[in-house]
Design a protein around this ligand. Structure first.
Ligand code: 3HC
Ligand code: NAI
Length: 703
């Protein structure tokens, strides 16, 4: 690779180009290069103004996250930004793609900022458990005002360029061939108009406004505290902005540095950065060469227009892909199309979608009753009843009509994909795409490879997942795949804990205190208790030796209390409210169940609830790794953070287990397993082995 940063000339304009693919992260070589080019440009009398830009697909994505946690090597980013701001010559940042984190901080160190229309700017450090640490907390309030700056930095979402102009962060959105053209043009105009330096640190009007309103910071702090859900860095951001309001620029920078270092040392930062990298790593499937080319997908089809089928059809339409939606009869098809229309209309009435967009998306969904018409689709996702018989029948028909090379995917939650594939003459084209309900909202997608799924089919599913806006992992075939299989173990402990003496609310409170958005029982009430109840009944009826024995939750379902949809489940619900309320009827039902089973209820400490629920989850994760169902512990973490509300700042269950210490987990599981009826909590062999060897899940090679 050549120089990470170079200085070029366009007449009187010096153009500093950062080229550090793929996203121009500000690693040590870039920081050094920026200082060197700046010094060179300052020394060159022929250069009268400077433009700073990024080569390739984007401006700069911020500090190099890979350097975090390692000893810092100078020059440091805050000093680079200061040097840019101190330059004698006027400086312009020319932004395309995204200017994020340290990238925007570099841009704010420039005197002016100009952006292409599609560009975005933001300070997303909060999503990594950090705060802007190169002057961002001091410069953004000087450009956008205190309130907007706090919103932007604690929310972490990038802003479109037009919004950035409205807020004073960017001076102009310009039309042009590329960032270089608009940057050079802007700089020429500056020189022609005799514009002078305009250092961001010297702008004071927005801060003066905040200084005149003593309640502003307190109100902002309260708001941020109310929504930060256990995250530390949002409040550190408010602290840093407070320093900008109360003191001078130098004191503010100093305070920002202290707070940044505090955040850098926090376990939350480690967890969030693990979540960031494991999500990107999950996109690369072990054993799948990067040279395998995905098959083209321009037309999709979905079979079954029920809960999942309608959601999946919307996922395709939302990504701009035309999709056939096939049903068995007119009325089911009509109901499905109506569900889709109502969902989009809901988005329109909430102001989240324009009427024209609704029409465009509806036009992409093509209802049909005829298999013959869908044969040209590149991929078909089956979402019919969870019955092997029905699914095999559907796959036999698909095999007959779909064009060669079409991918045949099933959304099954529990059935064996290899058995489904066997009815076709093309098992290499068959795979699973396990979406979660509601499919158009939930981010997680478990792609499932069967024993014979072709490499290019696997590659297509991973690429398609990204295109559909999903976070995908690849799993192997097993009952429940990764997420639900582990959730099942947590659910089993939750049910047992209540049988032994805890209340459902006590179990849920431990999980929400840990950082889950809702507890196990509230989750069941949301998803519908009847779903699991029916599956348990089926398994018991079919003589499945692993079928769970009857439990008190079955009794709740038998009373028709299916959860929120019937107005009552494990909890009671006031009409129109989703807030779970303890219900004396369920308490009596549980008490009667304990009596029948001869259980004397005991008080169960929160620690035991937490350990049993989460260690059982981790233990199942270890089995999943051992069987090679998931290729890496990080993939499991991705599933739980993106599909099950595991707090991202704890990294995911396997990362959290490593941080907790596997030896402590093995010891606790072992002692629970020695109690009567708890043999299933015996530590999985892989977990026990890693603990013995003093290693963690992170030390495992990819399967
Ligand atoms: N540092 C190091 N590597 C980075 C990176 C960064 N800041 N941002 C992205 N990458 C890497 C990714 O890990 C990935 O690597 P891989 O190909 O080996 O997996 C590659 O760049 C491409 O990333 P994506 O797959 O995410 O590409 P997209 O095009 O989908 O998204 C992006 C691009 C919007 C820039 C996205 O990568 C992103 O959001 N990056 C993080 C931005 C961020 O959080 N910046 C703040 C950093 S902290 C900071 O600046 C501190 C400062 O205030 C002092
Ligand atoms: P559903 O009962 O809401 O919908 C199934 C639809 O398939 C019905 O509209 C039915 O008319 C149609 N159908 C049945 N046989 C058909 C056939 N031969 N040809 C065409 N259409 C047919 O079921 P749901 O909940 O949407 O589940 C569908 C699949 O998705 C199942 O395999 C299920 O396990 C899986 N799944 C369900 C999730 C959920 O939370 N509901 C989550 C993830 C997967």
């Amino acid at each position: 690779m050549g120089q990470a940063v170079r200085l070029e000339r366009e007449g009187e304009i010096g153009v500093i180009v950062v080229e550090n693919p793929p996203v121009n992260a500000l690693g040590q070589a870039v920081r050094q290069g920026l200082l060197a080019c700046l010094a060179q440009a300052e020394a060159d009398e022929a250069v009268r103004a400077l433009v700073i830009l990024g080569a390739g697909r984007t401006f700069m994505a911020g500090a190099d996250i890979r350097e975090f946690g390692k000893p810092p090597v100078p020059p440091f980013l805050p000093d680079v930004v200061d040097a840019i701001e101190e330059a004698r010559k006027p400086t312009v940042a020319a932004i395309h793609g995204t200017a994020l984190g340290g990238g925007l901080e570099i841009a704010m160190g420039c005197d002016y900022r100009v952006a292409l229309a599609g560009a975005k700017v933001g300070l997303p450090e909060v999503t990594l458990g950090l705060l802007p640490g190169a002057g961002g907390t001091q410069r953004l309030p000087r450009l956008a005002g205190v309130e907007a700056a706090i919103e932007i930095m604690t929310g972490g979402k990038p802003l479109p360029s037009a919004e950035a102009v409205r807020l004073g962060i960017v001076d102009e959105v310009a039309e042009g061939a590329d960032a270089r053209a608009i940057g050079v043009d802007f700089a020429r105009r500056l020189l022609r108009d005799g514009a002078v330096k305009r250092r961001t640190r010297d702008l004071s009007a927005p801060l003066d406004a905040a200084r005149a309103d003593p309640a502003l910071l307190a109100t902002a702090r309260e708001k941020v505290a109310g929504r930060s859900r256990g995250l530390v860095s949002p409040l550190l951001i408010v602290d840093a902005v407070e320093a900008a309001v109360r003191g001078d620029f130098a004191a503010g920078l100093k305070r920002e540095r202290e707070l940044f270092e505090q955040a850098m040392d926090s376990p939350q930062r480690r967890g969030l950065i693990h979540a960031f990298f494991s999500q990107r790593q999950a996109a690369r499937v072990p054993g799948l060469s990067p040279d395998v080319r995905p098959r083209p997908v321009a037309q999709a089809a979905v079979i079954g227009a029920g809960t999942m089928g309608t959601g999946i059809a919307m996922v395709f339409a939302n990504a701009g892909l035309p999709v056939f939606l096939l049903e068995t009869d007119e009325s089911a098809l009509g109901r499905g199309m109506e569900t889709i229309r109502r969902t989009y209309e809901g988005a329109v009435s909430k102001g989240r979608m324009k009427e024209a967009e609704l029409a465009r998306r509806m036009a992409l969904v093509r209802p049909t009753l005829d298999y013959a018409g869908i044969g040209e689709a590149d991929i078909v996702v089956e979402a019919v009843f969870e019955s092997m018989e029905v699914k095999r029948e559907v796959f036999a028909r698909l095999d007959a009509v779909m064009k060669p090379g079409a991918i045949l995917a099933t959304n099954t939650s529990t059935l064996d994909i290899d058995v489904i594939a066997a009815v076709t003459g093309r098992p290499q084209d068959v795979a699973g795409m396990h979406f979660f309900s509601p499919a158009h909202i939930m981010r997680l997608l478990e792609n499932v490879r069967g024993a014979r799924t072709a490499p290019d089919v696997q590659a297509t599913l991973m690429e398609l997942g990204k295109r559909l806006g999903k976070v995908s992992i690849m799993t192997g075939v097993c009952y429940g795949f990764v997420g639900n299989r582990m959730l099942h173990q947590r659910g089993r402990e939750a049910i047992d804990l209540v049988e032994e003496g805890a209340s459902p609310a006590e179990v849920d409170a431990v999980l929400t205190d840990f950082g889950f958005p809702m507890g196990q029982f509230a989750l069941w009430d949301l998803a519908g208790i009847d779903v699991g109840w029916r599956i348990r009944q089926e398994r018991r009826k079919s003589g499945d030796p692993d079928a769970p024995s009857p439990n008190w939750l079955d009794r709740v379902a038998e009373k028709g209390r299916f959860g929120q949809k019937t107005g009552a489940g494990v909890y009671a619900y006031e009409p129109g409210s989703r807030a779970p309320l303890p219900d004396p009827e369920v308490e009596a039902l549980i008490a009667a169940w304990r009596e029948e089973k001869g259980v004397t209820p005991r008080r169960i400490a929160p620690q035991e609830i937490l350990e049993r629920c989460l260690y059982a989850t981790v233990n199942e994760g270890a089995r999943i790794l051992e069987e090679g169902i998931a290729a890496r512990a990080g993939d499991i973490d991705v599933a739980w953070v993106n599909g099950y509300g595991f707090p991202a700042h704890k990294g995911g269950p396997m990362f959290w287990a490593d941080e907790t210490g596997l030896a402590a987990i093995v010891e606790a599981l072992g002692s629970y397993a020695r109690q009567p009826g708890r043999a299933h909590l015996e530590p999985a062999p892989l977990l026990a082995r890693l603990a013995r060897e003093g290693r963690g899940f992170k030390d495992l090679p990819e399967a």
